[in-house]
Design a protein around this ligand. Structure first.
Ligand SMILES: Cc1cc2nc3c(=O)[nH]c(=O)nc-3n(C[C@H](O)[C@H](O)[C@H](O)COP(=O)(O)O)c2cc1C
Length: 245
């Protein structure tokens, strides 16, 4: 091979690597840990009324064996903690603005992750939701649904769901203002507001979910690799409701 061709091949290598990387990602290969996924814009209208969702919502533990649409995951993430009133110049603790769910003192202690195994246009992996940017950031590549299910005492519907939301909380954000009352009441009240949004939004999209609070804190924290200051709170599997086959 002449020097000229050798140079072309060497220069093209990084581009070839980029072209090949989506396949690697799907198979749980190495991936740039700073990868950010811009989520589809949430919509603000639906054919399903709030009343209908309230009446029919149930905890669903069985799902169609079907890929979850990224636009649906995006919509559910937005419903959980999306910014609905941007406040760029507000105090730091707002981290972007007011959200779909109320929060004591607007401290927003929750952190929301997506554990994805079968989501359209998204490699299997664990992602963190950024409310301000409405993006997902890849933290770990590879399918971790079985590990998460095991950490939840083998609740098998977690492994079967195409994806799960995972909630943790940084209690300090709330207790720094409200002390013990924040610890004993407000953080979990905040969680309930957000999780109910997920139940209602999921229902309106034909998706079932179930709030799961029974798991080993230690095992779940290990699977999720959450920082020490975060307390795991809920797993919410997501999958299309079977009766709508
Ligand atoms: C704090 C909390 C923890 C829960 N943990 C679990 C759980 O670990 N596994 C499960 O299958 N359901 C769990 N659930 C769902 C409840 O079993 C369910 O909400 C209840 O049976 C009422 O049914 P419904 O939600 O369909 O109205 C939990 C619900 C709450 C509010």
């Amino acid at each position: 091979m002449s020097k000229k061709y050798l140079l072309i091949v060497v220069l093209a290598l990084p581009y070839l690597f980029l072209l090949c990387s989506p396949e690697n990602e799907k198979e749980g290969g190495k991936m740039d840990s700073s990868k950010i996924i811009k989520l589809p814009e949430p919509v603000n209208e639906s054919d399903v009324s709030v009343e209908e969702a309230l009446k029919n919502r149930r905890s669903i533990r069985s799902y169609q064996d079907k890929e979850l649409k990224l636009e649906h995951l995006s919509q559910i993430l937005w419903s959980s903690y999306g910014i609905t009133k941007s406040m760029e110049s507000g105090p730091d603790f707002l981290r972007g603005g007011l959200r779909t769910a109320p929060s004591a003192g607007a401290r927003y202690p929750l952190e929301i992750y997506a554990v994805c195994g079968n989501v359209s246009d998204l490699a299997a992996g664990i992602y963190k939701y950024d409310s301000k940017e409405h993006t997902l950031k890849l933290l770990q590549s590879g399918d971790q649904r079985s590990e998460l299910s095991e950490a939840a005492y083998g609740q098998s519907f977690i492994a079967k769901a195409p994806a799960s939301l995972f909630y943790s909380a940084v209690y300090e954000r709330t207790t720094s203002k409200y002390g013990q009352r924040g610890r004993e009441r407000y953080v979990c009240m905040d969680l309930g507001h957000s999780a109910e949004n997920v139940y209602l939004q999921a229902y309106s999209l034909g998706i079932g979910t179930c709030a799961v609070g029974a798991f080993s804190d230690q095992d779940v924290s290990k699977v999720m690799q959450i920082p020490e200051q975060e307390t795991p709170l809920y797993i919410m599997p997501l999958g299309y409701i079977e009766s709508q086959k």
